[in-house]
Design a protein around this ligand. Sequence first.
Ligand SMILES: [Zn+2]
Length: 162
Amino acid sequence: METRLIPVIDSTGSRQYLDAPGRSYFEAAYHLNSLLGDVVRVDKDLLLLNAEEVWMLDKQTEIKSIRRDLRVLYQEKIEVLKAGNSATDINESMNSLSVRLFKIERADRRNEPLGIGKYVGNCTRCGREAYDGRAPRNTEEGLFCNYSCRSEWRREQKQARK
Ligand SMILES: [Zn+2]
């Protein structure tokens, strides 16, 4: 099978080259990008790709990221329901992410750019980064990286008041 060496980069900026099957650099990069997790990403800048190919890779990355967020929300929903709390907010987030996923999957070049979820601040409870549309925001309570964090925070607040 024909392969290409594709440059990948991690969050520390460390670069490696990985062998991936493909008859072109784009084909190999696209294949690799579908398999990579959050830590390592394809280093697009080092590949000579045209605008269409860059857009395809970005779209694939965004779809992957939304799917990951939805998986996390499903897990959180189970936790929240187990704790006997309401999952209304989680359902709302899941709905908007699902709509977004649907739109991106159907998007074509005319609809660019895709607009990745914006960083909105850090979590009131744990300090991790929170992203627009993926985190519960509540002006009174603060901003949270996810629903479990807010659920935990509420529980802690209740305990502290006792
Ligand atoms: Zn948090």
